[in-house]
Structure formats: C-alpha cells, structure tokens
Design a protein around this ligand. Structure first.
Ligand code: PLP
Length: 381
C-alpha cells in the first residue's frame, strides 16, 4: 500500500539535497565554530553564509538572526527575553488566543512572574482585528506577539497592519512565522517586525534548528547563559550541520513548490466539501496558508477519522502535532467559536511540495468512505 503523507504542517521529510549539504559538517568539516583553528574557521564561515542567505530572504538588513533549537525556543526567547529586558518600561504584553502552545505557555509563565498578558480574540475565520489590537495597547505595553499564520486552521494574520500599529505606539512587535516562512512573503522592514521566529523542519530541513530574527538595538535577555555564542544571545556549541541544512532548505523552496501545495490544497477542499455536513475551518484564498486544509464533519470524532485514514495509509492530524494527544478541544477551534463537539470532529490535512493529484483523489475517496462508515456507527449519524 502506498502511504500518503498529508501532515506537512507537523513536520516534513528532510530533502535529499538538504541532507547532502549537511553531511560534510558531520564528517570532514566537523569543527566547533568557536575554535580558532582551520576547522573552527570553516565551520564559522559556513554558519555565517547560512545566516546571510536566510536573512536575505526576508529583507533583514536591520536584523540579526540568532540560531536556536527551533520554534519553541525562539518563541520562549522572544517573549521572556523581551519581558525581562524591558520590564522597567512596562509589564504588559499582548498576544492572541490562537497562538501555538509555546507562546501561550510562555505567556502564562510570565503572568506568574508579575507580567500582565492580554489574549486577543479572533473572528470565525481566525483573524485578529486591528481595531482590537490597537484598543488593547496601553501605556505600559512593551511587546505584542501575533503569529504570522496559524498552524491549525491556516489563517494568515494581517501582520503588516498590526506591526504598523505597534510601532505607532512604540511597542515591540514579534511574530511566529514557523508555518509561513518561505511559503508566504515576509519583509521584516515593511512589515514592521522587530522579532520573528522561524524553524527548519516545516520546510524540508532538519528538526531541532530554528532562529530568532532580532532588530538591531532591541534589548533582549538571553535564555541560555554560557560561553557567549551567537553574539552573546544564545550560548551553546552551534549546530553547524543543522544550520547549513536550514539554509539549503530555505534556498530550495521555490514558487513552483508553493503553487503545487496550493493546487493540491484546493483540490482537497473542493472534494471534501462535497461530503454531506462538512465545513472548512479558516479562510479561503490567499489569506490561507498554501498547504493547509482543515475540515469539520458533523457527527464524526476527529481521532476516529484519523485512525481510519491511517489504516488506509493516509497521514492527517487533529489539532497541532504537539497537543494532538490531548483530549481537550483545540484552543484554536474554541476561539473561532466552534462548539466542543464540532471541534472534536475536525481534521487537518497539510499538503507538501511532492503531493500529487492521484494522492489527493485517493485521499478523498478514503475520506468519503471513512466518514460514511463512522456515521453509520454514530448514535447521531
Ligand atoms: C506556529 C508554530 N509555532 C511554533 C512551533 C514549534 O516549533 P518547533 O517544533 O521547531 O519547536 C510550531 C511547530 O510545531 C508551529 O507550528
């Protein structure tokens, strides 16, 4: 049986060329970039080249990219680092109800340490209202953190508008771009972004690598103290192979890949919505991530549907990968106004650069069959 992977928002396969680019940095060029000898210098040259290339993608001339272990670390660094470095100025932070758990849990952690956090609501499609955002800003607001695109329902937030409002009020603006980086245009300068979180494993790069872009002059406390690597912002021996792989993955993401994700997404949406009592969560069109399709099916348990599809060789997910084992309804689906039973009946498919039309057709067939079987078994069906 062919296996069909439609969970690319959780993680992606490392591209063969990415692996090839990384390989020398595990073997011949294994140096520690803090070392003064040739091995060290070679490692440093490779990491700096990667840093320049990734930064160029997002017009980051005024920013410094600090490499980290991934999105979770970068988000924790942004929130806690800004909060502690700027607490003399104020103790209020704005974020949203639909952020990834690493932003929400870092925010809750800060609340226990004397910071005040506002969690903005979103509309039915998952959009933050710029008016709500402006209205939440106070004299003591130091930071606003709004995700670039939502990992569950694919909503692309009006970041340019929000960044502008934040800057008009002298508030630092952070965005978590783990899902959108390289797939949706981002311009750090035009979008008024002071800090941006990115990671590698959603774009065919290795796991355990990411970064935080920090605008020069922004005061931020490090999370990790030690040997002072990464300009003193993030101590620890640098993961050179991972960083080289990350840069290669960024370079390899081309328009044709994004168009393919989008085309397959739209085929899936069109077909799935033909199923009786089904609906799409999140917006349609260009305000939706090119690889995200998220559906609800009346009288269906999402987990049961995932298992049925898995038996047919198809990988999809409920909620985000990290919290999908929880029985609580997704905080994102609750925030867009779904009832708990509707939230439990929702499933996410995320297409990839290699997804084919045949795979989508097979998936739709399997989806129709599975929904029908499960509804026959349901007391409400
Ligand atoms: C929006 C978002 N933020 C943060 C993360 C966490 O990133 P990482 O897995 O690199 O820690 C993810 C992915 O899991 C994500 O989708």
């Amino acid at each position: 049986m062919e296996r069909i992977y439609l969970d690319n928002a959780a993680t992606t396969r490392v591209d063969a060329e990415v692996l090839k680019a990384m390989e020398p940095y595990f073997t011949d060029d294994f140096g520690n970039m803090a070392s003064l000898h040739a091995w060290g210098r070679e490692a440093e040259t490779a990491a700096d080249k990667a840093r320049r290339e990734i930064t160029k993608k997002v017009n980051g001339k005024e920013h410094r990219l600090v490499f980290t272990s991934g999105g979770t670390e970068s988000n924790n660094f942004a929130l806690k680092g800004i909060a502690f470095a700027n607490r003399e100025k104020g103790r209020h932070i704005i974020t949203t109800k639909i952020e990834h758990d690493c932003v929400l849990n870092a925010s809750r952690w800060l609340e226990k340490r004397g910071f005040d956090v506002t969690y903005l609501p979103v509309d039915r499609e998952g959009f933050v209202s710029p008016d709500d955002f402006a209205g939440a800003i106070r004299k003591d607001t130091i930071l606003a953190s709004v995700m670039h695109a939502n990992n569950e329902i694919g909503t692309i937030e009006p970041v340019r508008e929000l960044g502008k409002i934040a800057h008009e009020h002298d508030v630092l603006f952070h965005t978590d771009a783990c899902q959108s980086f390289t797939k949706v245009p981002i311009d750090l300068r035009k979008d008024s972004i002071d800090l941006m979180t990115v990671n590698s494993h959603k774009i065919y790069g290795p796991k355990g690598v990411g970064g935080l872009f920090i605008r020069q002059g922004v005061r931020i406390e490090p999370l990790l103290h030690g040997g002072g690597q990464e300009f003193g912002y993030r101590s620890g021996t640098v993961n050179v192979a991972g960083i080289v792989g990350f840069a290669k993955a960024v370079d390899m993401m081309k328009e044709k890949h994004i168009r393919n994700m989008e085309k397959m997404r739209d085929l899936l949406i069109e077909g799935a919505l033909e199923i009786d009592k089904s609906w799409l969560n999140g917006p349609r069109g260009e305000k939706r991530l090119p690889n995200n399709a998220h559906f609800g099916f009346e009288h269906i348990e999402g987990e049961a549907l995932i298992i049925h599809l898995d038996l047919k060789g198809i990988a999809a997910s409920t909620g985000s990968a990290c919290s999908s084992k929880s029985l609580e309804p997704s905080h994102v689906l609750t925030a867009i106004g779904l009832r708990p039973e509707q939230a439990h009946g929702s499933v996410r498919f995320s297409t990839g650069k290699e997804t084919t039309k045949e795979q989508i057709e097979y998936t739709l067939e399997a989806l129709r069959e599975s929904v029908e079987t499960l509804r026959k078994m349901s007391p409400f069906g």
